[in-house]
Write a protein that binds this ligand. Structure first.
Ligand code: F6R
Length: 614
């Protein structure tokens, strides 16, 4: 969490920093701050969003200085207030630092520094780090780069940092372990970002720092990359990014979330490109082709992930066990990494992550790797840490997802999981040919089918209007639709702050039914096929207890349309496709409820897009 930006060059730094912070606000928005250097370093901080910081700079026209750093915070140590905001200054006032991550041994370091007379204004681990660097610089009589390197050797934890020394105002130093950091390379100028979005409009040449690497960026000497542990110089690898800027703009939509919901047909097209060539040609996934023997001989597949990606994993289990007949387990990465799991030779571990940076998933990947598992990653962000840590894998190509609530990335994850399961199942002969062909045909038409589902947006909006005062919701689904019930409930609670729970429909009788009365709206995913008649019975039971039912049904379903209070239709399809479609009206319902309640849809309270702390 937290977004960091930096600039060193010959342009005015302020507009670059403030606009960069706005692009990174999805990473945290509790408070923000900027240090600008123009003959002296000046720091401004504000509690709240980047727009609150912007107010302090009036229109920004007066702001001079061609070097600066900025930070948008997701609070870890200490409440979100001005004092705990970054940049943090060292005791002398010479060094300023921004930090994303957690210094785990900050307490011990703080005690040592306190004994030496250092004073701390904030409750943060980051202020400890900037003073540790100052102490090393002073006692070892070294320049900033060396001081950062030596100080980081004493640090336990995760960091992406940028440090500036106003006694040598021609360079900035940056380093990374665990948290992401990208450097944009321009003509005699450099940009820094937690991801490349702050500098995409200026340069597409990018260096992704690896763990244990630091860069000393000097106006006089250019960029020097060093390995921290070995203290050796390394050659930087400059990537030419293919991202486009429109991806990170709202494009006329009221919110990123709505834009991203409507982008789903295109995102799925992009995810299938080059893989699903046509319904009559074999699926082509090079990482599966190359490692097919691993899948063929796999004794178990373990999915690891968090949040929405965990829901995708759960659906992955249903798809893979059905079509591959290989036992599958689904694990919360945060549990898996701490519970001494059994990993056997022949296990394939599949982490799923939109950001590719989620701290728990990344740590679980590292642990599984150490224990000898074969790691196949499914990530959206190209070049992300999880993508780099895994043995092989596949990208979802959903495009940049800015809205904190995941929508298009989830749809791409589950569509890709089905495509993978079809491909592997077909190669292993564990799927009937007729079924393979039918599902492949439906997958080929998926972007167009999703367009059709999106045309129900108005209906979702009018249903949303009726539930703005609800304080609880129950979401029910069975079989392939059960993970979608969980995802629907998560989407509603995270953006509208309405309490919602997802349950397997049949489990309702084992407890949650006690909650049902006229004040508890129940969303039921009741598509044809699968356990349709049993879900119909569940709806009858709910209606008998006077709750309002919002049903997601297959087109032309007359039976449920009569008993449910509200319904949204999705095209009739194979039961393997139904969850992908059924999820979309639930995204829309959550979006409209949250928006009409006046909630901050794209940046819900307490959340951040990329959870880089555990
Ligand atoms: C919810 C949401 C989160 C993420 C979770 C994992 O809408 O987005 O639950 O799914 O934090 O993030 P990734 O997929 O980046 O590992």
């Amino acid at each position: 969490m937290c977004g960091i930006v930096g600039y060193i060059g010959n342009k005015d730094a302020y507009p670059i920093l403030i606009n960069g912070l706005k692009k990174l606000e999805y990473r945290g928005y509790d408070s923000s701050g900027i240090m600008l250097y123009d003959k002296k370093a000046s720091v401004k901080k504000a509690k709240g969003k980047v727009s609150d910081l912007e107010v302090l700079y009036k229109n920004g026209k007066e702001q001079k200085g061609c070097i600066g750093i900025g930070h948008t915070r997701w609070a870890t140590h200490g409440p979100p207030n001005k004092i705990n905001s970054h940049p943090h200054l060292s005791n002398s006032g010479d060094l300023s630092l921004i930090h994303n991550g957690i210094i785990e041994n900050y307490d011990a370091l703080k005690a040592i520094l306190s004994k030496k007379g250092y004073l701390f204004k904030s409750e943060t681990d980051s202020e400890v780090l900037v003073n540790l660097i100052e102490e090393v610089k002073k006692t070892k009589k070294v320049k900033l780069g060396k001081a950062v390197l030596l100080a980081l050797k004493q640090v336990v934890g995760a960091y992406a940092i940028v440090v500036f020394d106003s006694t040598n105002p021609t360079e900035i130093v940056t380093a990374k372990l665990g948290s992401p950091l990208a450097i944009g390379v321009g003509d005699s100028e450099y940009y820094i970002g937690s991801d490349p979005s702050p500098f995409l409009e200026f340069t597409k040449r990018c260096i992704y720092l690896n763990d244990h690497e630091m860069a000393i960026i000097s106006l006089k000497k250019g960029l020097t990359l060093r390995e921290i542990k070995k203290d050796s110089i390394i050659d930087p690898y400059i990537e030419n990014l293919k991202h486009n800027i429109e991806e990170v703009e709202k494009g006329g939509y009221a919110h990123f979330m709505l834009k991203e919901i409507f982008e789903q047909p295109q995102s799925i097209k992009d995810t299938f490109r080059g893989r699903l060539l046509s319904q009559s040609l074999p699926i082509k996934i090079s990482s599966i082709e190359e490692h097919f023997n691993k899948f063929k001989s796999a004794t178990r597949i373990i999915f690891i992930s968090c949040g929405t990606s965990w829901h995708a994993s759960l659906l992955g289990e249903y798809f893979f066990e059905e079509l591959l007949r290989i036992p599958v387990e689904v694990e919360y990465a945060s549990e898996f990494r701490y519970r001494n799991p059994i990993i056997n030779k022949g296990d394939i571990v599949i982490p799923i992550s939109q950001s590719g940076e989620t701290a728990d998933t990344l740590a679980a990947v590292k642990m599984a790797k150490k224990r000898g598992a074969f790691l196949y990653g499914i990530c959206n962000v190209v070049g992300s840490s999880i993508a780099r840590e895994t043995d092989t894998g596949i990208y979802t190509h959903a495009g940049s997802e800015i809205g904190v609530a995941s929508t298009k990335a989830f749809s791409c994850q589950i569509s890709l999981l089905l495509l993978m399961a079809l491909d592997i199942g077909n190669r292993m002969n564990t799927i009937e040919e007729k079924r393979y062909k039918r599902v492949l045909k439906e997958l080929s038409n998926l972007p167009e089918t999703i367009e059709k589902v999106l045309s129900s947006a108005k209906k979702a909006e009018s249903i949303a209007n009726k539930f703005l005062k609800a304080s609880n919701f129950l979401y029910l689904g069975r079989g392939y639709n059960f993970p979608i019930a969980l995802e629907g409930a998560l989407k509603l609670k995270e953006i509208s702050y309405i309490h919602a729970e997802g349950y397997p429909a049949a489990e309702m009788k084992h407890g949650p039914i006690a909650l049902i009365d006229k004040n508890m709206p129940v969303v039921v995913i009741a598509t044809k096929k699968g356990n349709y008649q049993k879900v119909v019975s569940n709806i009858m039971e709910i209606k008998a207890r006077e709750a309002e039912v919002i049903a997601i049904v297959s087109e032309g379903d007359k039976e449920i349309e009569v008993i449910a209070d509200h319904f949204i239709e999705i095209p009739e399809c194979d039961e393997l496709i139904a969850p992908i479609l059924a999820n979309i009206p639930l995204q829309l319902l959550s979006y409209y409820i949250a928006d009409k309640k006046g909630c901050d849809v794209d940046q819900p309270r307490n959340l951040a897009k990329s959870v880089t702390v555990e």
